[in-house]
Design a protein around this ligand. Structure first.
Ligand code: BGP
Length: 475
C-alpha cells in the first residue's frame, strides 16, 4: 500500500502570474499582460471588451507579480528546501518570440529559462513545462485574431520546436496547453479571442479549439521525434458536474456539462472528435473548418498522459431551476448545500477529487497527473511576521487523503501531484495579489507595496513532511 516510490510531489505556477519583468530581456506583450485587475477584468478575459494594450486607467499587478524573473534562484532554492521533486512552470511565449511570428527566437528569453532549468537541476527538481499557460502574443492577436486563425498552428509549433530542441537535456515532461477547456469560458485569456458585435461566438470558440487541438497533436508528434524520452500531456480544468437533484433533467444537464469539458480530452487522449460533439456541433452549424489531413493528425498523436487542475466540483441544475449560484474556477454553478466555501466563494469538496480521478481514469485509462490544487486565501502575518495557515493545511490534507484513496483503494494510475502554487502569486481569475496559495509568503501587497521578501508559512513545514514521507504523514 501507499503511493508508488517514484510518485512526483511538487508545486505549480505560471509565467505570467509570477515572473513580472514584462518589459525585460526583449520580451513582447502578451494577452495576459493587458488583463487588468478590478471590475473590468472579467469583460477583458472573456473577450467582451477588447484591450490590446495597457492603459493609464487600470492597474496591472502581474506586470511585476512576485518578480520571479529576478528572484528565481532564491525561489528554486526554497523549493529545493521544501523537497519538491517536480516544478510545474510555464514559458512566457513572448520572451522567446516577442511578436509571436519572428523567424528567430530571442536569445535572452531562451537563456533565462535555461538558467531556471539549471537551477532546478541543482536541487534535483524535474521541470514539468506548460508550453502555453494562458499565453498568446499580442502581435499574433493583432495580426491574426489569436487562435481563431489557422496561422497560429505554425507559430505555436515554431515555439515548440525551439523549446524541445534547446531544452532537450533539461526537460522531458511537457503540457501543451493549460486548461484547454477555458477557451469556452475565458476566450481572450485562453486563446486571444475578442469578439465582434453580432458574430457567432460559439463558432469562433470551437474553431479556435480545433486549431489548438491540431497544434497540440502536432506538438506531441514533434516532441517524440526530437526526443523519444519526451512525454506530453494535455491539461484541462476538471471538477465533476453533480446533478443538483436526482430529477432526470438535472442529471441530463450535468452530463452535458461534463461532456462539454471532456470534449477536449476526448480528442486529445483518444485522437478523434467524440460522436456527441460531431452531432451537436453540426446541428448547431458550428462544425469547425478543417483541412483534409486534420482528423488523421489528431488520430496519429494522442497525448501520453492526462493532467488537470482540480479546485472544486460543480453542481448543475436544469435551466430554470437550481436556486442560488456559487463561484468556482471561472465557471459558476448552482450552490451545493452540502459543501463549505472558500473566502472567494469556491466550493470545497475533497471527495470530489476522488470522484473526478475515478471518472477521468474510467474514461481514458491513461496515467493521470494532478497539476493544480490548492486554496486561495487571505494570509495575515502575526506580530512576529509568521503565517499560521491551518486553513490551507486542512484543505490540502483532505484533498491529498482523497487522492491517496483514489490510488490505493480505487486503482487510479497517478503520476504525481503539484499543488497550486508553492509561492504566492497573482490570481488568474481576479488579478489580485491578496488571493494567496503559497507555502511561501511573498511580501507584496495589493497596492503594489512590499519588499518582495520570501518567508515560510506553517504549511511549508507541513508539506515538507508530506513529501518526505511520500504522503504517509499528513499531520
Ligand atoms: C487555474 C489556472 C491557474 C490558477 C488557478 C487558480 O484556472 O490554471 O493559472 O490561477 O486556476 O485560480 P485563481 O488564480 O483565479 O484563484
Amino acid at each position: 500500500m501507499g503511493l508508488q516510490k517514484n510518485f512526483l510531489w511538487g508545486g505549480a505556477s505560471a509565467a505570467n502570474q509570477c515572473e513580472g519583468g514584462i518589459f525585460e530581456g526583449g520580451r513582447g506583450l502578451a494577452n495576459v499582460d493587458v488583463c487588468p485587475a478590478g471590475t473590468d477584468r472579467s469583460d477583458v478575459i472573456c473577450g467582451r471588451r477588447k484591450m490590446l494594450a495597457m492603459d493609464q486607467e487600470h492597474t496591472y499587478p502581474a506586470a511585476e507579480a512576485v518578480d520571479f524573473y529576478h528572484h528565481f534562484r532564491e525561489d528554486i532554492r526554497l523549493l529545493g528546501e521544501l523537497g519538491v521533486q517536480v516544478y510545474r512552470m510555464s514559458i512566457g511565449w513572448t520572451r522567446i518570440f516577442p511578436n509571436g511570428d519572428e523567424e528567430e527566437p530571442n536569445e535572452a528569453g531562451l537563456a533565462f529559462y535555461e538558467e531556471v532549468f539549471k537551477e532546478c537541476r541543482k536541487y534535483r527538481i524535474k521541470p514539468l513545462v506548460t508550453i502555453s499557460h494562458f499565453d498568446c502574443p499580442i502581435g499574433l492577436i493583432k495580426k491574426y485574431g489569436g487562435w481563431r486563425s489557422r496561422k497560429m498552428i505554425e507559430c505555436y509549433l515554431r515555439l515548440c520546436r525551439t523549446l524541445f530542441t534547446r531544452y532537450k537535456d533539461y526537460v522531458t515532461h511537457w503540457l501543451n496547453f493549460n486548461e484547454i477547456n477555458m477557451i469556452l469560458h475565458a476566450p481572450f485569456m485562453g486563446a486571444g479571442l475578442c469578439f465582434e458585435p453580432g458574430e457567432n461566438e460559439e463558432a469562433v470558440k470551437y474553431q479556435a479549439a480545433h486549431h489548438e487541438l491540431v497544434a497540440g497533436a502536432l506538438a506531441v508528434k514533434m516532441a517524440h521525434e526530437i526526443n523519444p524520452e519526451n512525454k506530453v500531456g494535455c491539461m484541462f480544468a476538471a471538477g465533476s458536474a453533480y446533478p443538483y437533484t436526482c430529477k432526470p433533467e438535472d442529471v441530463w444537464e450535468a452530463l452535458l456539462t461534463d461532456q462539454e469539458n471532456y470534449f477536449f480530452v476526448d480528442v486529445q487522449a483518444r485522437g478523434y472528435y467524440p460522436s456527441y460533439a460531431v452531432k451537436r456541433l453540426k446541428k448547431r452549424g458550428i462544425w469547425p473548418e478543417m483541412e483534409p489531413e486534420d482528423l488523421d493528425v489528431l488520430k496519429s498523436a494522442p497525448v501520453d498522459f492526462i493532467s488537470f487542475s482540480y479546485y472544486n466540483s460543480r453542481c448543475i441544475a436544469a435551466p430554470g431551476s437550481g436556486g442560488e449560484q456559487a463561484e468556482g474556477n471561472l465557471f459558476q454553478s448552482a450552490r451545493n448545500p452540502y459543501l463549505t466555501f472558500s473566502e472567494w466563494g469556491w466550493p470545497i469538496d475533497p471527495l470530489g477529487l476522488r470522484i473526478t480521478l475515478n471518472q477521468v481514469y474510467d474514461r481514458y485509462q491513461k496515467p493521470l497527473f494532478i497539476v493544480e490544487n490548492g486554496l486561495g486565501a487571505m494570509d495575515t502575518p502575526d506580530e512576529n511576521g509568521e503565517i499560521h495557515d491551518n486553513y490551507r493545511i486542512d484543505y490540502l490534507r483532505e484533498h491529498i487523503r482523497a487522492m491517496k484513496a483514489a490510488v490505493e483503494e480505487d486503482g487510479v494510475e497517478l503520476m504525481g501531484y503539484t499543488s497550486w502554487a508553492p509561492i504566492d502569486l497573482i490570481s488568474a481569475g481576479s488579478g489580485e495579489m491578496k488571493k494567496r496559495y503559497g507555502f511561501i509568503y511573498v511580501d507584496k501587497q495589493e497596492d503594489g507595496s512590499g519588499t518582495l521578501a520570501r518567508s515560510r508559512k506553517d504549511s511549508f513545514y507541513w508539506y515538507q513532511k508530506v513529501i518526505e514521507t511520500n504522503g504517509e504523514e499528513l499531520g
